[in-house]
Design a protein around this ligand. Structure first.
Ligand code: GLY
Ligand code: MN
Ligand code: MN
Length: 483
């Protein structure tokens, strides 16, 4: 376990070199109500480099430092507080259990970090951290005052450390891939349990209990993100997670949920009928999404791109929308004018790892980067016919994302958005009646893909997604108690 983090630190040492110093703060606790905190989750970049799960800590990577590269600032031991909130590693634990070359109490941060900055040109730090920016700025200012008195070098350049860390996190080592794979397999078990367990009349949170039961029993202490258990039209709310409605007779249930293992999160979506049998309209929508998702998975190989996957998935969805009468067509127009976004409004995938939406650049020099072995991504097209979509208004205006980007660069975001809004307002509009039988149906199918040298590994393929396989799994019974 420590080796995984030591390897990550070594990569960062090589990325920033001896004239750099990287400062990476941990996450802070957040009050839930009064004196109760939200469950703490460590910042993923900090965890990647340290494996240390205590809040408020600060990791400093100073390549070539006399005491070693890895310095950890931690909360002090406090026996009275530890009775209430748990054991703290303290400075000794930071060194012995987490491999810090030097460890300090947080109260020493200002003085020690100021000294460590001397002789370094580049501070690697991600600005925008409202709990920490002022502190770092204060320390740099003190180091600069020192330089004015004593001469020498202190950081005059600030670079975003999330860039090299994101690039490192994007490529999973064998060991990381193994943790991610275990998260995927365990998450898959939960989805299968939920399919077996669900009956109309249950509450969404009861299905959530069945979904998450195998995860806790199987060794996952927490979810990768809040479970979405969305019945009926709730499936058309992309981040629905209240999970409190009662499941209706003919409802589909969309579950987007996954477990976390050793910090790595899976991300699976399946959509299945509560009764165990798809209705005709549900089947029709599901078939379109399934064809799109399978094409996207097929394209997930080395050398392909996220954009190629998204474009192909979207093309198949758009064709389906025209075939089903959701849009008037033709498909070329649906694509060129982005009319499909009435029913498909998100992108088709994202990187996957310690963060469910993992770090790492999607484009290089403005172009979707080629997939490479070791990258992990999701493929998750969907089609959402909200209950309010009985009639849609379509703007007859070409939507060219490259031209939009170019306009934003040229005019600035606010002015570009205003000019786009003006064009839209004056463009011709067409209204279209959506067949009523599709209203309130939302379907998404999502798998987790690891790119390999000769193709890919679909780490979540054990959860059924073919129509007949889904129905067969729903027909099986769960052994969990029903109250
Ligand atoms: N579960 C969040 C997502 O699918 O991106
Ligand atoms: Mn998801
Ligand atoms: Mn996802």
């Amino acid at each position: 376990m420590t080796n995984r983090h030591a390897e990550a630190r070594q990569k960062l040492v090589e990325a920033i070199g001896q004239d750099g110093i990287a400062v990476i703060p941990a996450a802070h606790e957040v009050v839930r109500n009064y004196d109760v905190m939200h469950q703490f989750r460590q910042d993923s970049a900090f965890f990647y480099l340290t494996g240390f799960e205590e809040p408020e800590s600060v990791a400093v990577i100073a390549p070539g430092h006399d005491d070693g590269d890895f310095h950890l600032f931690v909360r002090p031991k406090d026996p009275d507080l530890e009775v209430w909130t748990g054991i703290r590693a303290g400075t000794q634990g930071a060194k012995e259990a987490y491999g810090a070359d030097a460890a300090y109490e947080l109260s020493q941060l200002d003085d020690v970090l100021e000294r460590m900055m001397i002789g370094r040109e580049v501070l690697w730090y991600t600005t925008g951290n409202d709990k920490f920016d002022d502190r770092v700025t204060g320390i740099v200012n003190k180091a600069r005052a020192h330089r004015e008195r004593m001469g020498g070098v202190v950081p005059s350049i600030v670079r975003d450390v999330s860039v090299p860390i994101g690039e490192m996190m994007l490529f999973k080592s064998e060991d990381e891939a193994d943790a991610l794979r275990r998260a995927c397999h365990l998450s898959a078990d939960g989805h299968i349990e939920a399919m077996k367990f669900t009956e109309p009349g249950m509450y969404e949170y009861q299905v959530q209990a069945a979904l998450e039961y195998p995860w806790r029993l199987g060794g996952s202490a927490r979810n990768g993100y809040p479970s979405i258990v969305a019945s009926g039209a709730n499936a058309c709310v992309l981040h629905y997670d209240t999970n409190r409605d009662q499941i209706g007779d003919d409802d589909l249930v969309l579950i987007d949920a996954a477990a976390e293992v050793e910090g790595y999160s899976s991300d699976i979506t399946r959509t299945y009928p509560a009764t165990g049998s798809f209705t005709g309209p549900q089947r029709a929508i599901y078939e379109v999404v399934l064809a799109s998702q399978k094409a996207g998975v097929e394209l997930s190989v080395s050398g392909s791109t996220m954009k190629a996957i998204h474009d192909e998935c979207t093309r198949i969805l758009a064709e389906g929308m025209v075939d089903l009468g959701l849009l008037p067509g033709p498909t070329d127009q649906v694509l060129a004018m982005h009319h499909y976004s009435q029913f498909y409004m998100h992108s088709t995938g994202h990187w996957l790892g310690l963060d469910v939406h993992d770090r790492g650049a999607y484009r290089i020099d403005g172009v979707s980067r080629p997939l490479e072995p070791g990258m992990a991504l999701t493929v998750e097209p969907g089609l959402y016919v909200g209950p309010d979509k009985a009639q849609v208004e379509l703007t007859m205006l070409e939507f060219d994302p490259e031209e939009r980007n170019e306009r934003i660069i040229r005019m600035g975001r606010a002015a570009a958005q205003a000019s786009i809004a003006e064009e839209k307002a004056s463009a011709e509009k067409v209204t279209h009646d959506v067949p009523a039988e599709f209203l309130g149906i939302g379907v998404r199918i999502e798998d987790d893909i690891l790119i390999t040298p000769d193709g890919h590994e679909n780490m979540t393929e054990s959860v059924p997604k073919e129509l007949a396989d889904v129905e067969a799994m729903c027909a099986e019974s769960s052994e969990l108690p029903v109250f």
